[in-house]
Design a protein around this ligand. Sequence first.
Ligand code: UDP
Length: 403
Amino acid sequence: MAKIDDYIPIVGESIIEDLRLISNRLKGKVIQHINSTSVGGGVAEILNNMVPLLKEIGVDARWDLIKGGEQFFNVTKKFHNALHGKPEEIDKKDFDIFMETSENNIKEVSTYGDIVFVHDPQPIALVEKKADNKWVWRCHIDVSNPNSKVWNFIKNFVVKYDSTVFSAPSFSRALPVRQFLISPSIDPLSDKNKELPQDVISGVLKKYGLTQDKPIVLQVSRFDRLKDPLGVIEAYKQVKKYIDCQLVLAGGAAADDPEGIKVFEEVKEKAKTDGDIHILLLPQNDIDINALQSAATVIVQKSLKEGFGLTVAEALWKGKPVVASNVGGIPLQIKHKYSGLLCHSIQGASFAIKQLLNSPGYAKKLGENGKQHIKNNFLITRHMRDYMLLFLSLYYDEDVIYL
Ligand code: UDP
């Protein structure tokens, strides 16, 4: 695991000095992150990288999980989709299931932090335990156009927090509590993003039956309808009429996402007649994902809805040309025709993929610009700084923050 000084060659010494300086101000405070899964999905990805680094610079960061059964996670998945604006049938029974598990967690989970930092809707009701500590709700979802029934239910809890955090201005809603806008980040030195030797990359390609003499089009994502894996296959089929290439859809299932296996089966069914489509159900294997991203010719993220979209940042950090939907946090990362290509449809995605496969010089330039953009804005060191400043601000009046 990387140490904080290992980041100096990437971001410079002064950034790391700043982190140490700010962390000094948090001495004696326990920061307790709480979410619903330790593996799978962007939140777990970030916490796995960030919690050890915060500890190293002297912040007493901890990480706890709530518990829930299949029924609870079916409901929270529906909530997740509905908050993103996807039509979902939600009735009183769903709210009752949510409350029943939440009440168990309220009894079982100790909220000992000086700052309790709750991620996403699953653990949101823990705020009923709020005492004289500080509570922050960190929303990773784009709730700009939510199902109002679910949002109104969730909002009853949100208003009890001291502060909220959203990934981008456009994701948030009018609320009577303070809001902070902090975008997520990737860790450039994690197994997912560090530079890999060519022989490791070749070994992974061989393991999954991929050849190195045909372009690889890749999407890495949980098997989730909002990531539109079937749409990616359609786009690939249109490209394939003109350019011989391979498609890789790689992903696993998050522990709090019960739909994954069903979507995986549908995707396999749609892909079964084409030997150049590789559907990989990966266990949690960061090196393999890194190798696939590093080997890809074009990386796609054709989501219908998206939070920030960490996979886009991961792809750009590897200098790859990316074709991605203009949704959620993706346009923060990709400026169309400068640091990647944005698309709005299957046809748009296939057109953009063809364009990049046909113009390697242009593809390379987009990848280089994308990498620089991620370096300037979306690395873990910037994210740690923003979070620590947020923690400090909780102890000061709205307008006065002393550092
Ligand atoms: N990821 C992974 N294995 C998989 C699928 C995804 O490690 O099988 C990682 C991916 O590399 C990224 C994160 O999970 O770091 C997904 O975050 P993102 O914001 O793209 O989407 P989310 O799953 O949170 O909707």
